[in-house]
Design a protein. Structure first.
Length: 94
């Protein structure tokens, strides 16, 4: 039996997802959100990228630069991948 660990977002708890998991013998384990949970590391990474990109986008608009929101998100994700470590490696080294 396979185990799928997920937060409790809509698609993971839907009837279609339930039938899919039953059909392929997958057991779902749900974790809470925005708390110290199983999925906390991924949620924290997303929160860091989100906050950094929003702050960057705010500065870009104030300065009148021709940069898109997508570019701000890409820069924030790249910076996070170069700084955050798991063990002794960063995601950009993978």
């Amino acid at each position: 039996m396979l185990i799928l660990i997920s937060d409790q977002e809509g698609a993971a708890v839907s009837d279609i997802a339930s039938r899919f998991c039953d059909r392929f013998n997958i057991r779902r384990t749900f974790a809470g959100t925005d708390d110290h949970t199983i999925t906390g590391l991924a949620e924290r990474f997303i929160l860091i990228v989100r906050n950094a990109s929003l702050k960057s986008w705010n500065d870009v608009r104030k300065q009148g630069l021709q940069i898109t929101q997508d570019q701000c998100v890409s820069e924030a994700a790249m910076c996070s991948n170069m700084v955050i470590t798991h063990g002794d490696r960063t995601p950009s080294e993978a």
